[in-house]
Structures are given as C-alpha cells and as structure tokens.
Unconditional design. Structure first.
Length: 288
C-alpha cells in the first residue's frame, strides 16, 4: 500500500525503515501470490496497473475502517485516545501549549497531535477533533468559532527604522513583502490589506513567500521585511517589542479558526471537554 501511495519503492522503503530491495521483494511475492502484476515498472518510475489501482482503493478503505475500529475500541479502554488535528501555525503558536495543559487536567487520556492544514475526515475516523482555518460559510456543520482572523502588517523595529524615509506609501513600495502560501493565493493578504488601507496602487506580487504564517512571523522578527500577521499570533511579540506594526490598520475577513468533534457517542465526553476548553482559552482573541 505504501509503495502504491508513493509510486516509488525507494520512498516506501524510507517510510517503512527497510531497504528498497526488501520492499521490491515483498511486492514481487504479493504479485506472485495474486497471480497478476500490481505495478508497471519503467526505468525511472512506477505506475499502478488497473488491478493495482483497484486494490489500492480497497486497501485505503480497509485501513481507514481498521483505524476507526481501533479508535472506537480505545474509547472504552482505561486510557482512551484522542487525536486532534490543527493547522501548522496554530499548533506552534497555541495548540501544543493548550494540549499540554488539557492533558494535565485529563491525565488518563492519551492525546495525539496531528498537524494538518488541508482538512481531515472526522467521519472517517481519522481524528477525533479537528481545528480548521476556513471561511465561515465553508466551515463544517456544527463547527464552533475559536476566533476570527484579524490582520495587520508587522516587522521588526530595526526594519521599520531602515525603511522610515518618506511617507507610508513610499515605505510600502520600498519594503520587502513577506507572504504565506495560502490555498491557491500567495498574495491575497497583502492585496486585500493594501486595498482596505487605501494603497491599492502599491505593487504586492513581490518579496518572499513562505509555507506557513509562523515562518512569515519568524522572518519578520529577523528583519527580512514586512509581513501580515494575525492578531492572535502576534500580540505577545508586540508586547515584548520583538515586532511592531508600522501601519496599525487592522483588516478582518469572514474567516477564522473553527473546532469540531466527531459526533458518535464513544469518547464524546472528553472530546466535548476539549472543545469547551479550547473555546475558553481562545476567548481573549474575540475581545475588542
């Protein structure tokens, strides 16, 4: 199954911590047992045969069902397991600390953190609680708001002094802009902020692009340029003087962080407790 996912014996071997030849032998043995090939082997690549594609689809479903069954069974155990998924920056800035605190309040529960920015299948049993960053109109049915996104430009004090010559628009034109690759739009935050702040003519398709908002904030603290930061993630750095907002204009959108737990009964008590705990912890971000 792993070789089918990667379409590479080498990558599958690395994931499974075995040798490439061991994976190749196991696949060959399975093909001999089945009586038909699973892969078409080319010089530098693999492709699944029609039979291989069919089996991979069924294996995925089977493994998800097994994972779901294990999770349901564990909810009756003395030490239940709760898997929580959340976006990367949320986990770095807030999520990990919250999970540690919650686990101290519920020491009999084993909590597993899964960093996921692309959404997860609650109904498929992959996770027990999902925290997702999305538009309000796209949130899961029954999902509860943790906090709405509010954005403003941020940079280091030294960088602000470096570009301080001239007025605000000249500062924006001369600055290196820091972007986060978000969905299919890497420039959206800056485009929308510039328009809302009254600087629609400032070019924004330039600068540095990072995979996560946390990387943008770290780059800003190191003086790499001006980024766009969410109020929930920058307030401590602002208070500590590590970051400043050279243009204290905040822009809000109809999107934010939402939390939703699985709906089935097994283990629902601890899941509900975690959801309520997270809502209390993030209530400060909805003030003002």
């Amino acid at each position: 199954m792993v070789a089918g996912e990667y379409l590479s014996f080498t990558k599958a071997a690395k994931d499974l911590h075995v040798t490439q030849s061991a994976v190749s032998r196991q696949v060959q043995a399975l093909e001999d047992q089945l009586g038909f090939p699973l892969f078409e082997r080319f010089t530098r690549r693999l492709e699944l045969t029609p039979q291989g594609r069919i089996l991979l689809s069924h294996w995925r479903t089977a493994f998800l069902e097994i994972e779901k069954g294990v999770r349901e069974a564990s909810s009756f155990a003395e030490h239940p397991i709760m898997t929580v998924a959340m976006p990367p920056t949320f986990s770095v800035r807030w999520g990990t600390t919250c999970i540690i605190e919650f686990q101290r309040l519920h020491p009999s529960t084993e909590i597993r953190l899964r960093v996921d920015s692309d959404g997860v299948a609650l109904d498929g049993g992959q996770v027990d609680v999902a925290i997702e960053f999305t538009y309000s109109k796209r949130r899961r049915r029954g999902a509860r708001l943790l906090f709405a996104e509010r954005l403003m430009p941020i940079c280091s004090p030294a960088y602000a002094a470096e570009i301080a010559d001239g007025g605000p628009e000249q500062m924006l034109r001369s600055a290196t802009l820091l972007h986060v690759q978000q969905w299919a739009d890497r420039y959206g935050d800056w485009k929308n902020w510039l328009a809302a702040a009254g600087y629609p003519g400032v070019p924004f398709e330039r600068g540095l692009v990072f995979e996560t908002a946390d990387l943008v904030l770290n780059a800003a603290k190191q003086g790499a340029g001006i980024g766009i930061g969410d109020h929930a993630y920058i307030r401590e750095d602002l208070l500590a003087g590590l970051l400043i907002s050279p243009f204290p204009i905040t822009v809000s959108y109809d999107r934010g962080y939402f939390i939703k737990a699985r709906d089935d009964e097994q283990g629902s008590e601890v899941r509900s407790a975690f959801v309520d705990f997270m809502i209390r912890k993030t209530a400060q971000f909805n003030e003002g």
